[in-house]
Design a protein around this ligand. Sequence first.
Ligand SMILES: CC(C)(COP(=O)(O)OP(=O)(O)OC[C@H]1O[C@@H](n2cnc3c(N)ncnc32)[C@H](O)[C@@H]1OP(=O)(O)O)[C@@H](O)C(=O)NCCC(=O)NCCS
Length: 199
Amino acid sequence: MTLRERISEETFRERSIPVLETERLVLRTPGLADVKAVAALANDRRIAENTLRIPHPYHIADAEAFIGTANAGEHETVFLVTLRDGAVLGACGVGLLNGATPEIGYWLGVPFWGCGYATEAVRAVIDYSFVTLGHDQLAAGARVSNPASRRVLEKCGFQWTGIGLYRIRAIASSAPIDRFRLDRGLWASLKSWGARRVA
Ligand SMILES: CC(C)(COP(=O)(O)OP(=O)(O)OC[C@H]1O[C@@H](n2cnc3c(N)ncnc32)[C@H](O)[C@@H]1OP(=O)(O)O)[C@@H](O)C(=O)NCCC(=O)NCCS
C-alpha cells in the first residue's frame, strides 16, 4: 500500500479518535487534504529546532509521511489543531516516546503564535489523556532556550522536574531540555478550582 493510499484509508483506530472542541479550536485526526497546509506551516526552522522529529527543510513528502503514520499505531495519538473555520494551525499529540510516561508534544505555525492557541490545544489534549485514555501522569519537555513552550506547560499545570537531553532531528544533535510532569491529582484539583466561582 502506498503512503497516499494509507492516508486516504481511515483505519478503525482513527475512527475511534474523537474530535476535541474548545472555545476557538477543533482538534481532529489529520488527513490527506491537510498535507499542503502542514507542509507550508512546518517548514520553518523555529519549529523544527524546538521539536524532536520535524526535519528542516520540511517537504510535501515529510507531511505525507507524518500524516500517513499518525495514529497508525496504538502508542501515539496525533491531533491536527484547526480554527473553527477549518484553518490549520499546527498539531498536538500524546504518546509514548522513550520512557514509561506518555509525553505531550505540540507545534503551531509561526503566524499563529502568541494568541493562546497552544495553551488551549494542550489543555484539550490533557483532558483527553486523563479522561479518555485513562493516563495517571503526563510528561513534557521544552528546550531550555524555548520560554514560550515552558510557559505553555506551566499554564497547563505542568511542574518542572529537572533537566535532560533530547535528540533534535533538525540540528542532528542533542540539546538540553527542561522536563515537566503533570499528574492526575493536580490536574483534577486545577479543574475543580477553575470550576468554582468566587461569590
Ligand atoms: C511553543 C508554541 C507552541 C507556543 O504557541 P503559542 O500559541 O504562541 O502559545 P500561547 O500563546 O498559548 O502561550 C505562549 C506563552 O509564552 C509566552 N512567551 C512567548 N514568548 C516568550 C518569551 N520569549 N519569553 C517568555 N515568555 C514568552 C507568551 O507571552 C505566552 O504566555 P502568557 O499567556 O502568559 O502571556 C509555539 O511557539 C511553537 O510552535 N514553537 C515551535 C515548536 C515548539 O516549541 N513546540 C513545543 C515543543 S516542547
